[in-house]
Structure formats: C-alpha cells, structure tokens
Design a protein around this ligand. Structure first.
Ligand SMILES: Cc1ncc(COP(=O)(O)O)c(C=O)c1O
Length: 372
C-alpha cells in the first residue's frame, strides 16, 4: 500500500524553520507584548518593503482586510462593487458586510480571473469599486482593471489573499510589481494554508494612500486613534505579536518557496501533457500556485477525484458552488456560464514547495488510468 499523499503538507516547511520558530515563540511569550507592539510594527515595515507599498496595516484576517479596506476607501451603502463569482465567499461577503452590493462579473476560462469585458458590462452609475481576485496565485489582468477603473473613476481593491509574492509579468505595464500593490488597496490573508501562512488567522491591508492606511489603523482598533477616544464604529482586528513574529521568520523564505511551487506546477504540466481530458494551468510569470488546479473535461471530474481518493491521494474542489449560486445570493437567479463550467470541472491537486516528483508521478498515474 502506497503512502497517502495529502493535498497539502505543511510539515517540511515547519521542520526547516522549527528551531527559529521555537526560539522566537519563547522570546515573544516572555516579552509581555501579545497584541500589537514591536513585532507587529516590524512585520508591517518588512511586509510593506517586500510588497513595494507605502503602508501595511496588520489585521486579524484576510476577510477583515477586505472589510476594513473597503470601509477605509469609503465604500458604503448604496455603492456597487464588482467582483468575481469564482472565488472564496469572503470576497463578495466583505462587500455585503459594508452595506454595498456585490455585483458579479464572470471569469475567463484560462486564467480563472475576472474577464475585463464582463466587468465593463457590469458597470452602472452606482459602481464604486472593482475587486479583482488573484485566484490560486495567478495575477489578475491588472492593466485592464486599472484602465477600466480610470475610465469610470472607480476604486480598485485587490483580493490578494491567495497571491502573496506574486508579481505582475512582462506582459503588464506594472511588470515586477507585487499583486496587491497596484490598486487603491490590497488585502492579504495569512490563514495557515496560504503561501505566507501563519500559525492561526491573520491578514494585511496595503496601500499607497496615507489617509486609507490611517483610517484602516483606526478601524482595526475600535475606530480610535487614541485609546478611549472612539470616533466611529470599528472592530477588534489587531494582529497578535506571536503571529507577526512567526510571519517575520517566513517572509524571507517566501520567494524561494514560491519558486519551488512554480517548478512543481511546471513538472505536473509536463506529466499531464499527453493525457486527454486534462487541461493544465499556464505557468505564467508571477503565478505563485497557491493551488495547482486542473480542469477535467467531459463530465469526468468526480470520477477522477474518487479514483484519487481510492488511492489515498488528497484533492479539493475550489469552488464547488459558484458564489452567485450560494444560498445567500441564489434568489437573484443569475447565470455566469464560465464559472458554472469551472465549478463542474476544476480539481486542485497536491502541491507544496517540497512535494516530490515521485508523488506527482503517482498523482498522474492515477488520473491517467481513471481517464483511460
Ligand atoms: C480569495 C480569498 N479572499 C479572502 C479570503 C479570506 O481570508 P481569511 O481566511 O484570512 O479571512 C480568502 C481565504 O481563504 C480567500 O481565499
């Protein structure tokens, strides 16, 4: 019986940094700073420098980064924000939480990211912002998003929860810039499975606008710049010192780990080259493969997933229900054909920086025989 292959193995990365993790944890736990403090400020500075953004505001989660980002940008009741229907619920959820209306624009079949033409069609006189999602670590078409935004006078909040470390490629006028740093603000998640994963929940908002950063700092601390002088309704969304300190260990290693993810994705693509019925993702520059997601065509995705399960190989369907079909929005009765097709065909396969070629070959063998 072959060893099971999980869909994600955080073990090897943790083993590499374990000594530092335990030394830093004891230091922080003895320091008496548990929420905010110098570790958080240090992490904010390092993250801002890495991302090429002027301001970074550490928060409790990626969801909070979207909610607080939208509010700090001034998005409010009556506004419409256009986002992808092929994303994690937190993207549209954050829009609804601030009282605005989430408007969906269908995605492009190859990139899984919002199709600029569909975005244009979704614009009304109430549209206030675009929320492109860099899904699975592949940069969205930021040139098109920024052009549309500038033509219609819109804000852009990037959902970069899955794309820490992803830079825009040579086909973009923002080449070399980090996703999340191009629009009016960018939101990141440190949920443990993310490319820059913490040891609990965490998030970050980045922006080049000092006013937005200032408002986000107030909102994360009960709407106050000074203790007990609350100016507006806010949140308790501060990052723990321990999370910040542990993320500071991981940040300098991120580029190397993202390169390894990209190399593993390219290897999968080679392995799947001859298999009919599998559509592989393009290894475009800047893609950091938060997920390696294939399409299985011909209605055979569930059979392939079952075969993987039989062989003790993990796989996931991100996302089985398109956002616009979730119970919370279902009454709108809208149709987004590309997203609906993807929901039936996508399958995310085991991927982490240290995945071995032999494991990838086994994944290929099982899929090949299920499709034979
Ligand atoms: C695309 C996307 N947006 C937002 C979030 C929310 O991040 P968090 O889980 O840190 O709140 C996630 C996390 O799963 C995500 O994948």
């Amino acid at each position: 019986m072959d060893k099971p292959i999980p869909v994600l193995d955080l073990g090897p990365e943790l083993a590499d940094i374990w000594d530092e993790v335990s030394a830093v944890s004891s230091r922080v736990l003895r320091s008496g700073y548990f929420v905010g403090g110098p570790e958080v400020a240090g992490f904010e500075n390092e993250a801002a420098a890495y991302l090429g953004a002027e301001h970074a505001v550490a928060l409790n989660s990626g969801t909070d980064a979207l909610v607080i980002g939208l509010r700090a940008l001034g998005v409010e009741r009556g506004d419409e924000v256009i986002t992808s229907p092929f994303t994690f619920f937190a993207s549209p959820e954050s829009i609804g939480i601030v009282g605005a209306r989430e408007v969906f624009a269908d995605v492009d079949l190859d990139s899984f990211n919002m199709d600029p033409e569909r975005v244009e069609e979704a614009i009304t006189d109430r549209t206030r912002a675009l929320m492109p999602v860099h899904l699975f670590g592949r940069p969205a078409n930021m040139d098109a998003m920024m052009d549309i935004a500038s033509r219609h006078g819109l804000l852009v909040i990037e959902d970069s929860a899955q794309s820490f470390g992803s830079r825009l490629g040579p086909d973009s006028r923002y080449t070399g810039r980090q996703t999340g740093s191009v629009g009016s603000a960018g939101a990141f998640s440190f949920y443990p499975t993310k490319n820059l994963g913490g040891f609990g929940d965490g998030g970050l908002l980045v922006t080049n606008d000092g006013g937005v950063a200032d408002r986000a700092r107030r909102l994360r601390d009960h709407g106050s710049a000074r203790r007990y002088e609350n100016e507006t309704l806010g949140y308790n969304s501060r990052l723990d010192a321990l999370q910040a300190a542990l993320l500071r260990i991981k940040l300098p290693r991120l580029d190397a780990n993202n390169d390894r993810r990209r190399a593993a994705a390219a290897r999968y693509n080679d392995l799947f080259a001859e298999i009919e019925g599998v559509v592989t993702p393009d290894v475009v520059p800047g893609h950091v493969f938060h997920q390696y997601t294939i399409r299985v065509t011909g209605g055979r995705r569930d059979a392939v997933q079952a075969a993987l399960g039989q062989a003790s190989i993990g796989s996931m369907i991100y996302y089985p229900i398109p956002c616009h079909r979730l119970p919370v929005y279902a009454e709108r009765g809208i149709s987004m054909p590309v997203t609906e097709l993807l929901a039936d065909e996508v399958l995310s396969l085991p991927l982490w920086p240290a995945i071995e070629e032999a494991a990838q070959e086994r994944v290929r063998d099982v899929i090949a025989s299920a499709l034979r």
